[in-house]
Design a protein around this ligand. Sequence first.
Ligand code: SF4
Ligand code: SF4
Length: 275
Amino acid sequence: MNGIDGNYAELQAKLKIDCEKCSGLCCVALYCMKTDGFPANKDAGIPCKHLENDFRCDIHSKLVSKNMRGCLAYDCFGAGQKVTQQYGCGMDWKSASNQAGEIFQVFLIVFQLHQMAWYLIEALSLTFDEYLKSDIRELIFQNEQMTAQRPQEILCLDVEKYRQKVNQTLKEVSENITDSPSGYVKVKDFFGKDFKRANLEGKDFSMSLMIAANLEGCNLCHANFLGADMRDANIKNTDLSQSVFLTQMQINSAKGNINTKLPKNLSHPISWQGL
Ligand code: SF4
Ligand code: SF4
């Protein structure tokens, strides 16, 4: 497999969160449940009670000790800062409250597009098929064009049509790297399963439920985690550096430690400190 195409390094960097440049969009726009590790149940569009006037979280330093798993795991693929900046100076959801609903909608659309861009950039590094590479580059180009539009135009995008093309392309890439040609669309339930340091090289875990599964010490080279639910999966002392289609949100929601090896584009979350 290739490394990430250097032409897309800049784009990939923009898909990482930068909360300092954001108006706390995830803390307002999303529907949250206390049982999912958020401070309280709240509807979409209602600000979290811990969001301060300057869009900082007043319990940020205590999120780990208070076990706010939902807050710690969430990752917007850079959609928050992108949309905050698209609306420009002084045009955040609070100061332009009549536009708040629109801003939240745009955020949710850009989140989806950025998530697809994340996968497409990695997909480019996973195939040697020049036709497939060309399709992927075209999809990334379209993605950049879409997210560069004005907010009102973003609201009119046919994201589902684009998603279908992306899904088909990712399926083709996945078929060439994992053990299950049609597994991409099949949900598999590995809830709590103990894989006992198994050799899982090239396994297709895409869209699987891996909640609380024990993957410690397994060989996960080229294992495909596209869309897998990794909440509380044990990845301590595990090498995921050659696994594919992982996201920061999956890593944030899993249980790793200092010995967990990650793909270069992902980082160890603060919640793992001391584990
Ligand atoms: S929306 Fe993204 S950038 Fe903004 S606060 Fe949430 S995680 Fe950070
Ligand atoms: S607790 Fe903090 S990070 Fe979590 S939703 Fe509220 S303001 Fe956001």
